[in-house]
Design a protein around this ligand. Structure first.
Ligand code: MN
Ligand code: MN
Length: 365
């Protein structure tokens, strides 16, 4: 936590920014280890180039923030207080009153808060903080990697539960329920996103919703899920066969598997996002399914399920040790079949660590 705050403070100093006010749950957690969704109430961490940060939260949450490990000052407020008054007063104290530039999360701050800020500091320059925050959060430290490993281990377990729940007469939602029931018993409080189980042609829609559709023999079943472990998200997709499937479907599966495995093997520091995407895309294109791979290869993950970097065929971003993202090529043929295979991976000093480990050879249930 201390290192993260120091690295961010250094950037504030370099950019001559006097103060940063961060209000997203994710970035507050990143710097404080306190994870809270305050809904409409104000939750913020306020950071300075050369002074200690402070946290502002509803008074009833002060104790939880301390327990989470935030050791600096916490300003609690009651529902009848104006928290901004307290924040601005403390900011002025820590900057000896002269504030020319304030960094904020422009894509997160709402207009009401923006207007509050403008009223208190009419001539201040507002700086976009997200780019720097993305860059910092993209490279995971050993403690973060450890949590991600554990989150991925639980995701592997979840896939296994799902695979074993496939049987005649069972619906997609019943399988979802089975998976989440077993996870809850293991202490998982929250999924990274809504657990997806799609069968047959429904899997041809990459963001389809599970419903009471019954799984049928001769079809593929696609699982896409992830869990949150100590604030960190995992993400895995596996596609399995229920009974015998026809040759073309098998060929499509094998094409996705080859593309996915080639991209995993190619991952190393120094390579660009674009080249990684194209490693997989080329295999799918060469097999004649290029037009059916309709999304990017992957996305960063960590505190958020989708975060920086985006692994697309045009992103020149260079991969660095410690970056964690997904590799998830797919082929979706409308009204017929959908296959996706997804791993969460971490870039190491020399190559890649695959965090999700469930087998990828086509499984016949
Ligand atoms: Mn994903
Ligand atoms: Mn996924």
């Amino acid at each position: 936590m201390k290192n993260r705050i120091e690295r961010f403070a250094k950037w504030l100093d370099q950019e001559t920014i006097d103060v940063a006010i961060l209000t997203s749950t994710e970035n507050v957690f990143y710097f404080s280890n306190f994870y809270s969704d305050p809904h409409e109430r104000l939750l913020a961490i306020v950071l300075f180039p050369n002074a200690e940060p402070f946290l502002v939260c509803p008074q009833m949450e002060e104790e939880s923030a301390k327990v989470a490990g935030f050791e600096q000052m916490i300003i609690g407020y009651k529902d009848t207080d104006d928290p901004w008054e307290k924040v601005f007063a403390e900011m002025k104290k820590r900057t000896s009153g002269s504030i020319g530039k304030i960094a904020i999360e422009k894509s997160h701050m709402n207009v009401e808060r923006y207007e509050n800020l403008r009223k208190a500091f009419p001539s201040v320059q507002l700086i976009q903080a997200e780019e720097k925050l993305d860059e910092l959060r993209a490279v995971k430290d050993p403690a973060e990697l450890e949590k991600l490993r554990k989150a991925c281990e639980l995701a592997d377990f979840a896939i296994d539960v799902g695979v074993h729940a496939i049987k005649d007469g069972t619906s997609e939602l019943a399988i979802v329920a089975e998976i989440e029931y077993e996870l809850k018993k293991k202490g998982v409080e929250q999924m990274s996103f809504e657990t997806t189980v799609l069968s047959g042609a429904k899997a041809a829609s990459p963001h389809g919703n599970p419903d009471l559709t019954k799984v049928q023999k001769g079809q593929l079943v696609l699982f896409d899920l992830g869990v949150i472990y100590k604030g960190y998200c995992s993400d895995i997709t596996r596609t399995v066969a229920f009974g015998e499937i026809d040759d073309e479907i098998f060929h499509i599966y094998e094409t996705v598997r080859k593309a996915q495995e080639a991209a995993v093997l190619a991952t190393k520091p120094g390579m660009t996002s674009a080249n990684l995407d194209l490693t997989a895309r080329k295999i799918i294109q060469d097999a004649g399914y290029g037009e059916y791979f309709t999304h990017r290869l992957g996305h960063g993950l960590g505190i958020s399920i989708h975060e920086y970097p985006s692994v697309t065929e045009t992103n020149p971003l260079v991969l660095r040790e410690g970056m964690v993202f997904t590799i998830e090529p797919g082929i979706y043929i409308p009204n017929r079949v959908g296959v996706r295979i997804e791993d969460s991976v971490a870039v190491t000093a020399t190559g890649v660590e695959v965090l999700t480990k469930y087998p990828k050879e086509l499984l016949f249930v």
